[in-house]
Design a binder for this molecule. Sequence first.
Ligand SMILES: *Cc1c(COP(=O)(O)O)cnc(C)c1O
Length: 357
Amino acid sequence: MNRVYNFSSGPAQLPYDVLVKAQAEMLNYNNTGMSVMEMSHRSAAYKEIIESAEKNLRTLYNISDDYAVLFLQGGASLQFTMVPMNLKKTGSADFIDSGYWSQKAIKEAKKYINVNTVCSTKDENYNSLPKFDGIDFKGDYVYMTSNNTIYGTEFKNYPKTKDIPLVADMSSDILSRKIDVNDFGIIFAGAQKNIGPSGLCVAIVRKDLIGNAAENTPIMLDYKTHSESGSMYNTPPTYGIYVAGLVFEWMLSKGGVEAFEKINAEKAALIYDFIDNSDFYKNTIPAADRSLMNIVFKTGNEDLDKKFAKDAAAKGLVSLGGHRAVGGLRASIYNAMPIEGVKALVEFMKEFELANK
Ligand SMILES: *Cc1c(COP(=O)(O)O)cnc(C)c1O
């Protein structure tokens, strides 16, 4: 059976080389005589796996000792709860509302703090990014979603929040381009887009923000619990962390984040240039706001969009349907999507246009 090019927004395609390596090590990891899935998380072999995963992530993003790297459970969504529980001081925070995932974070944070939505593009169904320039941020932290997986928008710059910690949900663009981790208080990401299997959440947390959770915070929701125990307070998602570690290793072998930033820009440009030169496909997002990870487009005819997704799937280009909130089509092209997959998609877009114009 041939593998397809999987344009799913998440869980998403993983690097082929990573899957091959995981397959080769499945029955007998490094002469332990067992799979990583069967291995005690307290064993020497597993200790090496989790420690090298952390080390490689630190190398990829140049993460200093001022930050803890945590491997957590509950996906990205549990961070919508953990962030306010751990960062609450005065009891209010500023939120940048750029869509569905910001809205979910806002809804949850409201249970614990006063949420000030300082800017939003809700009025235009999030077809562009809210502008944060000139905002005088206040409160315990500033919250944002760096890439809007559903709408296909992505912040290329982040607000300067001075002494106020900036918290970013980077689930769908973590490790896709260079950032300075020092600009953030917390970065978190569900693994299933750019890192590995679902269920795992990677959090990069500035150490001075750890240890201030309210007394009645459940132990599993306190960053301190996980930072003190090396993400081993209880049994961590061992296999997910192992695969994430393989992905970090793979990224380093390909030249690190810098190399991916370059190729990701090339990949996205292939599709956007094609759309912009076509009068058949449309993307209405202002160029500066467009995501390099999730590219949304439409033909303007819903039935034709459905036919596109169906015909593409028959050619091995799968999961191109848009999210139900926006309809149309969406190509998610995370780090693991090779440029060949993007070229195959553009070829198909040409063919489909000719056949259905
Ligand atoms: C997918 C996604 C989430 C949700 O992640 P879960 O791991 O399913 O909780 C949150 N934020 C963004 C930006 C996402 O793309």
